[in-house]
Design a protein around this ligand. Sequence first.
Ligand code: APR
Length: 233
Amino acid sequence: MTDIENIVILTGAGVSAESGIDTFRDAGGLWEQYRVEDVATPEAFERDPDLVLRFYDMRREAIQTKQPNAAHEALAKLDNEWNGELQIVTQNVDDLHERAGASRVLHMHGTHLNAWCMACDMRSPWTGPMIDRPPCPACGAKALRPDVVWFGEMPYRMDEIYGALRRADLFVSIGTSGAVYPAAGFVRDAKELGVRTLELNLDRSQGSHWFDETRLGPATALVPQWVDEVLTG
Ligand code: APR
């Protein structure tokens, strides 16, 4: 991979699965336990804020008990050693990429460890529960919501993502089912831009047929192997 200069990596729940964080659509995944429309939409928050806040309080607490796995660590190694452009675009709201040591991480679906105030629009670091309506650290209003992008809301920093794709020589998708747009469309955007595409996933995804190459297996096996390949050129 010597002619690779700029890399965009998309990660999904599958990269955190072996850390013990539930994926959404695998057997036993989150969307088998909860209906999306009951906990992950603005309408759900309007209709039953306690249910939504309890759901995210549970996820926020659980995430803080998990550790990065070998896939997160390999991507952090690549981030720290890669001299070209590298952007890890994650759909995940956990901070395992960062805790493994990655810094060029973009959370397009938000992050569990922020609170977003509906009164003053400020986002503050947040690790505790929200069910008791704690005051916003910036303005004191009891108007905090999870800083997570819900269905029907715009993902964050899309311009930066498309800019990185336009400059990329390689697009790698890791641990995502290709079920949710716009992330699911990045592989097609990349192909139209002439960018080489690689998928590392446990099972074939809804987008596998778009990739130049798909490797099937657990992220903790595939990602370190791929990172070694790309670092040794
Ligand atoms: N290693 C690699 N891939 C894995 C592993 C693993 N150990 N375990 C599961 N996977 C793969 C599955 O094969 C599946 O393709 O990870 C993918 C998980 O898919 P989803 O559960 O749909 O998660 P994701 O693609 O991240 O969902 C996208 O949907 O619900 C919304 O906002 C939510 O960000 C999420 C988005």
